[in-house]
Design a protein around this ligand. Structure first.
Ligand code: NAD
Length: 302
């Protein structure tokens, strides 16, 4: 199909924890979308939901005029762009690529340069809102790209999101996302620390959370992850290894730009302690376990 056609044909690459509910919402909206993932199990899970799935990436790219990626990190997106069956080799000029993964802002600029040489349009569009937002179709999208490309991407992004903020040119979406991750991670640390103190003082932690939700510290983290911390529920959600990846991306970008991030450095080290304890697959709220070790007592159980 020609680029710019009114009913785009979309390839959605990366059907993991986030990609699967996102592609489900896109499919439900009536968009002609086909999913692809390296993992046969992920492809099967999408197929079981009635989503068309391809097992030949190159052929899928040749038939698609929009390519959406939701992959773990920069090298994964680079491999889908530069691989033998990737976007540069198989997508037609005029194709729009929308990368919704959280990857390096600097790497994003390099990907954009390579795509520009083939006249492939590019929007970086990472998201915030977690699995809950992905399932509900209420993600916040931080988009970087020229106005025409972002406008073209909007029809694809809308069924997955409740807010699309056009931040500026390519790269500004990922720059926004690393800022967002710094604030989320430090917010998680702040909640863990408040609970640790409350526990030590003998405060009822459920009521502490309730009181805080009515005041100046109310937040998405306290609302959504606070109950999991108190229940001792470490399940993911957003895995600790991905949080480590995002904090590293933020600190790399900060080093290049000369921005001091003392609190983000501190919380990264605490997450690395969790990884060292074999907890990298836990949800990022399980930073509470690191605090439990520091305090030598369990936040969840008195
Ligand atoms: P995930 O690991 O669950 O899913 C990634 C999927 O990509 C996997 O199914 C994997 O098989 C597939 N994949 C890897 N390399 C591939 C390749 N070359 N070609 C095709 N498929 C490939 O990760 P996720 O939790 O869905 O996160 C995806 C991205 O979204 C990450 O950048 C993450 O930081 C970001 N993110 C996650 C959350 C969350 O709550 N999980 C929230 C916001 C943003």
């Amino acid at each position: 199909m020609e680029a710019g056609a009114t009913t785009p044909v979309v390839a959605f690459i990366g059907l993991g924890v986030m990609g699967l509910p996102m592609v489900t919402n896109l499919h439900r909206s009536g968009t002609a979308v086909t999913g692809y993932d390296l993992s046969p199990a992920a492809r099967n899970a999408a197929g079981e939901r009635g989503i068309p799935v391809a097992d030949d990436l190159g052929a899928l790219l040749e038939q698609s005029d929009v390519v959406v990626t939701m992959l773990p990190n920069t090298p994964h997106v680079e491999s889908v762009v530069h691989g033998a069956d990737g976007v540069l080799a198989r997508s037609a000029p005029g194709t729009l690529m929308v990368d919704m993964s959280s990857i390096s802002p600097q790497g994003t600029l390099a990907i954009h340069s390579a795509l520009q040489e083939r006249q492939i349009r590019f929007v970086d569009a990472p998201v915030s809102g977690g699995v809950k937002g992905a399932v509900a179709g209420t993600l916040s999208v931080m988009a970087g790209g020229d106005a025409d490309s972002v406008e073209r991407a909007r029809a694809i992004l809308q069924p997955m999101s409740s807010r699309i903020t056009h931040m500026g040119p390519v790269g500004t979406g990922q720059a926004t996302k690393v800022c967002n991750q710094v604030a989320v991670a430090i917010n998680i640390q702040a909640v863990c620390e408040a609970f640790t103190l409350g526990r030590a003082l003998g405060v009822d932690l459920g009521r502490l959370r309730e009181a805080m939700m009515g005041g100046a510290t109310a937040s998405w983290v306290l609302d959504n992850l606070g109950p999991q911390m108190l229940a001792g529920d470490d399940s993911a959600g957003f895995r600790i290894v991905l949080q480590v990846k995002d904090l590293r991306l933020a600190l790399d970008a900060a080093a290049d730009a000369g921005a001091p991030l003392p609190a983000a450095s501190g919380v990264l080290n605490m997450y690395l302690e969790a990884v060292a304890h074999g907890e990298g697959g836990n949800g990022n709220q399980a930073l509470s376990r690191v605090y439990e070790r520091l305090a030598n007592r369990d936040i969840a159980r008195p």
